[in-house]
Design a protein around this ligand. Sequence first.
Ligand SMILES: Nc1ncnc2c1ncn2[C@@H]1O[C@H](COP(=O)(O)OP(=O)(O)O)[C@@H](O)[C@H]1O
Ligand SMILES: [Mg+2]
Length: 252
Amino acid sequence: MRNAIIKTELLCKSFISDGEVNNVIKNLDLEIYEGDFTVIMGSSGSGKSTLLYTLSGMDSVTTGKVLFEGADITSLKEKEISKLRKEKLGFVFQGINLIPNLNVYENILSPTYKTRADRKKIEEKIAALLEKMELISHKKKLPNQMSGGQRQRAAICRALINNPKVLFADEPTGALNSSQGQSVLDIFTKISREGQSVVMVTHDLKAALRGNRIIYLKDGRIDGDLKLDEYNHENEKEREETVYKFLKEKGW
Ligand SMILES: Nc1ncnc2c1ncn2[C@@H]1O[C@H](COP(=O)(O)OP(=O)(O)O)[C@@H](O)[C@H]1O
Ligand SMILES: [Mg+2]
C-alpha cells in the first residue's frame, strides 16, 4: 500500500471577480503519494496553479479539506501553517521572490536560520546545490544583479535546503534554457528517488517525462491520471510516445 502524504476531500476553490463566482477547483478528491514525482498538466487556465496553492497551504480553500500526513491543514492557524511550510514543504513558485537585500548564499541559507540542522552539513549542501545549479560565481550577488534564470535557480536551491517532505514547483523550468532545465529536473528526479515527494506543474513535455504519474486537469477536475514506471534516459523515447499519446487524447 502506498502512503498518501497529501489527500484532498471534495476540495473546492472559487474566486469572486466583478461580482461573478469563478469555480476554479471543483470537488476534487486527490491523493498524492509519498516519494512520487507527480506532474500536473492541463491547458492554461485549467486551475493548475490554484490547485498547487491550495494543496500546499499557501492559499485557503473555499470548501473541502486538504490533509497532510493525515491531518487537516485547512483549519490550521496562520502560525501553525507557516511552521509546517517551513519545516516540511518547499516551494518553487513564480510569486515567491528571493529576499532582495540578501545575497544568493544568504537567501539559500535563510530557511535554516531557526532550525537545529548541523551547520557543517548545511554548508556542504549549499555548496553542492550551488555547483549543480551553476551559481558558484554568483553566490555573493544580490537578486537584482542576476538574470531571471539565475534567480529561478537560486530559488530552487533555497526550496531544497531544508530537505522538504514535499516540494511544490510551478513551471520550474519555464525561465531556464534546456541544459539548466535538465539540471533542475535531475535534482527533482534524484530527491524523489530518495523518498521526497515532488508535485510539479508544467507544460513542458520533456519535464513531464520525469514524473511517475501525470495528472491532467481540465476545467478544475481530474480528467486523466497516467501512471508510469521509473524514469531513465534509456526509455525516454518510448516514454515520450506514451505521454504524448495520453496528452493528445486529453486535448492538450
Ligand atoms: N487570485 C486570483 N483571483 C481571482 N481569480 C484567480 C486568481 N488566481 C487564479 N484565478 C483564476 O482561476 C483560473 C485558473 O487559474 P490558474 O490556476 O492560474 O490556471 P493555470 O495555472 O492552469 O493556468 C483562471 O480563470 C484565473 O483567472
Ligand atoms: Mg499556472
